[in-house]
Design a protein around this ligand. Structure first.
Ligand SMILES: Cc1cc2nc3c(=O)[nH]c(=O)nc-3n(C[C@H](O)[C@H](O)[C@H](O)COP(=O)(O)OP(=O)(O)OC[C@H]3O[C@@H](n4cnc5c(N)ncnc54)[C@H](O)[C@@H]3O)c2cc1C
Length: 555
């Protein structure tokens, strides 16, 4: 049964508590008080419960969904509580690509290298082994569903891991293909993503399994507190459903699958250097799972690490989502010269200078990182925001923005010819270098020199400054099309530390009894991300947490 309420009740999160007025935020200005998630309460078991389940899951994205399937298959009576009015979290608007591996040992070697000592081997082993089994699992899930198949022939031309670490060729991607009759706009009207994105299809598969398994799902029902005994063993959760707060017993366990903290400006400001970082996709992910776990003494990891890129801002400052730059195919550093897709822009800082390779191997992951630099003399972030400069030919080449959101209230569809964005002022036009300098406030000489140097490097086919792949380099000619870009987070990796059984552990390394994590909440990715890695992690951690939670003896 799905409970629906007409009004969104956000727990402790305001849309944009931090709204910088000027274009250049300065940390020397006092920050307004940033509001955090307020679901950090913990209550003592007083013997009273309004209802009882074996397993209570907080969050209904892929992590919560896979965990629920597995727990229910092991005989547990499962309740999923989702805070937002629509299900799916970030998951449903994702590409839906699940990273799989042909060989678990190679996958382990790669994961170990990409995590640079931030994640223990036994945790990475479970993920690597799971990646080697993930395709079979997804096939088994889709088998009973008419017209659905699994496409494992890699999508977007990708193959292998994103970086040149041992084991990288072992990876490929599995995606669910849905029948033509699958109408995502009707089934999931809150979702905006590319028609080819696999997120909605995979979510639909999960939904069908949960219905068959009789898992109860309540929307607009956040978990607001955890209930524990005096010696810190979990007993249940307080949920804030349509009829007000209820104390729900979790006779076996609670699984936190609340996603990350990309929509919590206070946490972002505390944990990340560059400010502000815009949010890409989902307002529900306000770090509640982190606060709930912390209240029971959980240790945290990987809080600094997030998956993101650079993005435009909507002119309505209440619009909560970043408008990400267009996604171009990823490339592995071993194949740099094979890259053949033009990127029709450069990015310059507030001095008018380029400062990075605008097309790193995985642009939707790493390209925000060089933006966080602070100038220690001016105490400013001279790269936040930056200017993206393209030209009229670039405008006509393809759409420059890429918006993927899951929200019942806020939508934005980027126009194919970028004209709507020019009309809205997200992009601007300058006929000459002089006009470009005047409109941006950049020094004319500097920006002219930057563009001249860029064009000369394009003619030589080599970016001697930042090593951008030659196949992406395109000259810029007036008239120019330009707009401001900020760092944007797609999803975060930080959260409570978990062990290889998905038990959340405290600062002493001891499992907090009956408390588990699934999905990106406290992800294993602690240094460099692997495209498709988070959904693979949802599959694997969902299996593990669901099975563990369902099979622990009831209290
Ligand atoms: C545009 C985009 C594309 C992506 N594409 C890919 C891809 O192709 N492959 C890949 O591997 N990864 C991809 N990712 C990342 C990946 O989608 C996510 O990391 C993953 O889906 C997260 O799943 P999750 O279940 O942990 O969190 P979510 O799907 O975000 O679900 C968490 C849910 O918990 C809810 N919640 C929060 N607090 C509470 C509370 N107190 N009580 C109850 N509910 C709560 C939230 O509202 C949310 O619905 C992409 C991300 C984005 C933004």
């Amino acid at each position: 049964m799905r409970a629906r309420r007409p009004v969104i009740k956000m727990t402790g999160h305001e849309l944009h508590p931090w709204r910088p007025e000027g274009s250049i935020p300065s940390p020397t200005h006092p920050l307004p008080l940033l509001k955090d998630s307020n679901v950090n309460h913990v209550e003592l078991d007083n013997g009273h419960f309004d209802e009882s389940f074996d397993v209570v899951i907080a969050g209904y994205g892929f992590g919560g969904g896979f965990a629920a399937i597995e727990a229910a298959r092991h005989g547990a009576k499962v309740l999923i509580c989702e805070k937002m009015p629509q299900p799916g979290g970030v998951s449903i608007c994702s590409g839906g690509g699940v990273r799989c591996a042909t060989n678990a040992e190679d996958a382990f070697s790669y994961l170990k290298a990409t995590n640079a000592g931030t994640t223990p081997d036994d945790v990475l082993r479970v993920l690597a082994d799971g990646m080697a089994k993930a395709e079979t699992y997804v096939k088994e899930l889709v088998a009973p569903i008419d017209g659905v198949s699994v496409n494992s022939t890699e999508f977007s031309g990708k193959h292998g891991g994103n970086y040149d670490f041992p084991g990288w060729p072992t990876f490929y991607t599995t995606q669910v293909d849905v029948p033509a009759s699958f109408d995502r706009t009707k089934l999931y009207p809150s979702v905006r993503n590319r028609p080819s994105s696999g997120g909605p299809g995979l979510f639909w598969v999960i939904e069908q399994h949960l219905e068959k398994l009789k898992v109860e799902i309540r929307l607009q029902t956040p978990v607001i507190s955890l209930i524990r005994t005096p010696d810190n063993e979990l007993r249940g959760a307080v949920i804030d459903g349509p009829s007000g707060p209820r104390r729900v017993a979790a006779k076996r366990a609670v699984i936190l699958a609340c996603g990350g903290f990309e929509a919590n400006d206070a946490m972002k400001a505390q944990y990340w250097e560059g400010k502000p970082v815009l949010t890409a996709s989902c307002r529900g992910n306000t770090g509640d799972g982190i606060r709930l776990a912390q209240a029971l003494g959980a240790d945290l990891w990987h809080m600094w690490h997030f998956h993101g890129c650079y993005a435009f801002k909507h002119p309505d400052r209440d619009f909560p989502f970043a408008l990400r730059v267009k996604r171009l195919p990823d490339w592995n550093p071993t194949r740099k010269n094979d890259v053949k897709v033009p990127m029709v822009w450069i990015v310059v800082d507030q001095h008018g200078k380029r400062y990075m390779n605008e097309s790193p191997p995985y642009c939707q992951d790493m390209s925000h990182r060089p933006m966080h630099f602070m100038d220690s003399e001016t105490m400013r972030y001279p790269r936040i925001p930056s200017w993206l400069i393209s030209d009229e030919r670039g405008r006509r080449t393809y759409q420059l923005g890429d918006v993927r959101t899951n929200d019942a209230e806020y939508h934005y569809d980027w126009s194919a010819d970028n004209q709507k964005e020019l009309d809205l002022g997200i992009l601007q036009r300058a006929e000459t270098i002089e006009e470009l300098a005047t409109s941006t406030g950049l020094d004319r000489e500097v920006v002219a020199a930057t563009i001249a140097r860029w064009n000369a490097q394009c003619d030589h086919g080599e970016d001697a400054d930042f090593g951008r792949p030659p196949g992406t380099m395109v000259r810029l000619e007036p008239p120019f099309i330009f707009g401001q870009v900020w760092p944007a987070v797609s999803n975060t990796q930080g959260g409570p530390v978990h062990n290889s059984r998905q038990q959340i552990v405290d600062a002493g390394g001891n499992p907090i009894r009956r408390l588990y994590a699934a999905g990106e909440l406290g992800s294993s990715f602690g240094h460099l991300y692997l495209s498709g890695g988070n959904i693979a992690e949802c599959v694997v951690t969902g299996w593990v947490a669901g099975r563990e939670a369902a099979t622990i003896p009831a209290w």
